[in-house]
Write a protein that binds this ligand. Sequence first.
Ligand code: SF4
Length: 99
Amino acid sequence: MAEVKKLSRHIEAAWLQLAYYLYSLKHEKGIEFEGILLFPKERETEKVKLTPELESKVESILESMKPVLMADQPPPARRIKYCRSCSFLEYCWADEGLG
Ligand code: SF4
Protein backbone atom coordinates (compact mmCIF):
# COMPACT_ATOMS: atom_id res chain seq x y z
CA MET A 1 0.00 0.00 0.00
CA ALA A 2 1.39 3.39 -0.94
CA GLU A 3 0.34 6.84 0.22
CA VAL A 4 1.52 9.85 -1.78
CA LYS A 5 2.16 13.11 0.07
CA LYS A 6 3.21 16.49 -1.26
CA LEU A 7 5.86 17.16 1.36
CA SER A 8 7.52 15.32 4.21
CA ARG A 9 6.91 18.30 6.51
CA HIS A 10 4.13 16.53 8.43
CA ILE A 11 5.71 13.12 8.27
CA GLU A 12 4.50 11.94 11.69
CA ALA A 13 0.86 12.58 10.75
CA ALA A 14 1.39 10.89 7.36
CA TRP A 15 3.08 7.97 9.11
CA LEU A 16 0.18 7.54 11.54
CA GLN A 17 -2.43 7.91 8.78
CA LEU A 18 -0.83 5.08 6.82
CA ALA A 19 -0.40 3.04 10.01
CA TYR A 20 -4.14 3.43 10.61
CA TYR A 21 -4.91 2.16 7.09
CA LEU A 22 -2.64 -0.85 7.65
CA TYR A 23 -4.22 -1.45 11.05
CA SER A 24 -7.74 -1.32 9.56
CA LEU A 25 -6.84 -3.72 6.77
CA LYS A 26 -5.39 -6.14 9.29
CA HIS A 27 -8.25 -6.00 11.80
CA GLU A 28 -11.23 -5.51 9.48
CA LYS A 29 -10.17 -7.55 6.45
CA GLY A 30 -7.48 -9.87 7.78
CA ILE A 31 -4.99 -8.51 5.24
CA GLU A 32 -1.47 -7.65 6.31
CA PHE A 33 0.53 -5.23 4.18
CA GLU A 34 3.53 -3.03 4.55
CA GLY A 35 3.17 0.55 3.42
CA ILE A 36 5.26 3.13 1.65
CA LEU A 37 5.02 6.89 2.01
CA LEU A 38 5.99 8.61 -1.22
CA PHE A 39 7.14 12.22 -1.40
CA PRO A 40 7.59 12.69 -5.17
CA LYS A 41 8.72 16.32 -5.04
CA GLU A 42 11.48 15.42 -2.63
CA ARG A 43 12.18 12.03 -4.24
CA GLU A 44 11.90 10.44 -0.83
CA THR A 45 10.21 7.23 0.35
CA GLU A 46 9.58 5.86 3.82
CA LYS A 47 8.58 2.29 4.57
CA VAL A 48 5.87 1.83 7.18
CA LYS A 49 5.57 -1.54 8.87
CA LEU A 50 2.80 -2.23 11.36
CA THR A 51 4.99 -3.38 14.24
CA PRO A 52 3.42 -4.29 17.61
CA GLU A 53 4.63 -0.91 18.92
CA LEU A 54 3.02 1.01 16.05
CA GLU A 55 -0.15 -1.04 16.42
CA SER A 56 -0.26 -0.11 20.12
CA LYS A 57 0.18 3.54 19.24
CA VAL A 58 -2.73 3.39 16.76
CA GLU A 59 -4.89 1.67 19.40
CA SER A 60 -3.94 4.28 21.98
CA ILE A 61 -4.90 7.11 19.62
CA LEU A 62 -8.19 5.40 18.75
CA GLU A 63 -8.91 5.00 22.47
CA SER A 64 -8.19 8.69 23.11
CA MET A 65 -10.71 9.60 20.39
CA LYS A 66 -13.59 7.71 22.02
CA PRO A 67 -14.86 10.51 24.32
CA VAL A 68 -15.21 12.84 21.33
CA LEU A 69 -16.81 10.17 19.15
CA MET A 70 -19.26 9.15 21.89
CA ALA A 71 -20.27 12.70 22.85
CA ASP A 72 -23.70 14.01 21.82
CA GLN A 73 -22.13 17.11 20.32
CA PRO A 74 -18.70 17.67 18.86
CA PRO A 75 -16.47 20.16 20.67
CA PRO A 76 -16.42 23.67 19.21
CA ALA A 77 -14.24 23.98 16.13
CA ARG A 78 -10.82 25.46 16.75
CA ARG A 79 -8.68 26.80 13.96
CA ILE A 80 -5.08 25.67 14.28
CA LYS A 81 -1.85 26.35 12.40
CA TYR A 82 -2.23 23.21 10.26
CA CYS A 83 -5.61 24.33 8.84
CA ARG A 84 -4.01 26.48 6.13
CA SER A 85 -2.38 23.49 4.45
CA CYS A 86 -5.04 20.92 5.30
CA SER A 87 -7.02 19.28 2.50
CA PHE A 88 -10.20 19.63 4.58
CA LEU A 89 -9.89 23.41 4.84
CA GLU A 90 -12.87 24.04 2.55
CA TYR A 91 -15.08 21.67 4.55
CA CYS A 92 -14.17 22.98 7.98
CA TRP A 93 -14.01 26.72 7.35
CA ALA A 94 -16.03 27.47 4.22
CA ASP A 95 -18.55 29.57 6.17
CA GLU A 96 -15.83 31.68 7.75
CA GLY A 97 -13.71 32.34 4.70
CA LEU A 98 -10.60 30.48 3.67
CA GLY A 99 -7.03 31.44 4.23
S1 SF4 B 1 -8.95 22.31 8.37
FE1 SF4 B 1 -10.28 21.12 9.70
S2 SF4 B 1 -9.50 19.02 9.60
FE2 SF4 B 1 -7.91 20.37 8.79
S3 SF4 B 1 -6.58 20.84 10.54
FE3 SF4 B 1 -8.11 22.47 10.42
S4 SF4 B 1 -9.77 21.80 11.77
FE4 SF4 B 1 -8.50 19.99 11.36
